[in-house]
Design a protein around this ligand. Structure first.
Ligand SMILES: NC(=O)c1ccc[n+]([C@@H]2O[C@H](COP(=O)([O-])OP(=O)(O)OC[C@H]3O[C@@H](n4cnc5c(N)ncnc54)[C@H](OP(=O)(O)O)[C@@H]3O)[C@@H](O)[C@H]2O)c1
Length: 332
């Protein structure tokens, strides 16, 4: 019988995710039934949201228990097929990451087009990251020339796209990140007008110095203290797009809101939450727009690649230490 390797939850993470919270296991691969395919994964995604089912709190995603296999997006190639529409050799996108091979009904998988686009991009700019950054900037915040937009986790997957999309609109873009190297990358490579290392500098003081008349827009990827700092710096009537709150994900109370909630009332702020699921019906249209921008060179896409399924747990943990620039993916 043929075996697959998969990563399982070994224990619930504490206040810091660690590679030791996971364990590699072998699992038998079932024989193919009519309509099934066997897939060898090539790339898998590690994403901040994967931390949420590993907390004690209920959310929209079901929680995981110790012993459960991890899940998430992956791109692989069909090795064997009993589904005529998805023959051997086809590239497929699945939610069967964190394992090297699997058997599934072809109807559960999405066939990817054959093109010169790296298949891994379907885990980032043409996947979750793009389906969040694009609507966040182009549909929710819609910043215009003359306005200033601040992006947190600006050197990450979503953040780096949001910064570039806003710059295209002629907007003044500021960002925050957790190292001086990232701050330099944001200014030198992505052309940001200003950036702050939130680990060493006071974000509120930075924003007030950069925007003495108040910040127009904030694209929030981190929540917590940075969201509070941005609230303090917003101009009356300013817009905030809530994308994520990674600074809170290691806390069982990750669903808590900002400490300075009342500022939203005082300043009449427009605060809009959004997510990739809401954008899904427009996925093909958004992907086409992003592909156009990537091909014209108006958008640059950066990946940090970790090699080996066995290193996926450490890669996942490193997201919360800020070790990635751009999208963190694992090559299996
Ligand atoms: N709503 C949606 O559908 C959706 C979809 C995708 C992502 N998101 C959210 O968007 C955010 C970014 O996701 P991503 O996939 O693009 O990941 P990412 O930004 O590529 O990686 C996570 C980054 O977050 C920063 N970070 C980690 N811990 C932090 C903390 N305690 N305080 C401040 N920053 C911290 C780190 O960068 P630094 O060096 O800057 O610390 C790290 O590199 C996350 O909150 C995620 O949940 C939401």
């Amino acid at each position: 019988m043929s075996l697959a390797r998969e990563i399982r939850l070994a224990r619930m993470p504490g206040d810091r995710v660690s590679a030791d919270d996971f364990v590699m296991a072998e699992t038998p691969l079932p024989a193919l039934q009519d309509g099934d395919v066997r897939v060898r994964n090539m790339w898998m995604s590690v994403d901040p949201y994967m931390r949420l089912p590993l907390t004690g709190r209920k959310g929209v995603r079901p929680g995981l228990s110790v012993g459960d296999p991890m899940f998430g997006a992956a791109v692989g190639v069909v090795e064997e097929s009993r589904a005529p529409a998805m023959p051997a050799g086809a590239l497929v996108l699945s939610q069967k990451g964190w394992r090297d091979r699997f058997v599934a009904p072809a109807s559960d998988l999405q066939a990817l087009p054959v093109s010169d686009i790296s298949p891994s991009w379907y885990l980032g700019v043409l996947g979750l990251s793009g389906m969040t950054a694009y609507p966040g900037v182009e549909e929710v915040l819609r910043p215009v020339a003359g306005e200033t937009l601040f992006v947190s986790a600006a050197a990450g997957a979503v953040g780096s796209l949001a910064c570039q999309l806003a710059r295209r609109r002629g907007v003044r873009v500021l960002g925050s990140a957790g190292s001086d190297d990232k701050v330099a990358w944001l200014k030198d490579e992505l052309g940001l007008d200003g950036a702050v290392n939130y680990r060493r500098q006071d974000v509120g003081a930075f924003l007030k110095a950069e925007c003495p008349n108040g910040l127009d827009c904030y694209f929030d990827n981190v929540g917590g203290a940075t969201l509070d700092a941005a609230l303090g710096a917003m101009r009356p009537g300013g817009r905030i797009g809530l994308c994520g709150a990674i600074s809170q994900y290691n806390d069982d109370n990750y669903r808590a809101g900002p400490a300075d909630f009342f500022t939203i009332i005082e300043k009449g702020l427009v605060v809009t939450g959004f997510n990739a699921g809401l954008a899904a019906p427009r996925g093909p249209e958004i992907a086409a727009a992003l592909i156009g921008l990537l091909q014209s060179g108006e958008l640059r896409w950066k990946e940090t690649v970790v090699e080996g399924l066995e290193n996926a747990p450490a890669a996942f943990a490193s997201l919360f230490e800020g070790e990635n620039v751009g999208k963190l993916i694992v090559r299996i």
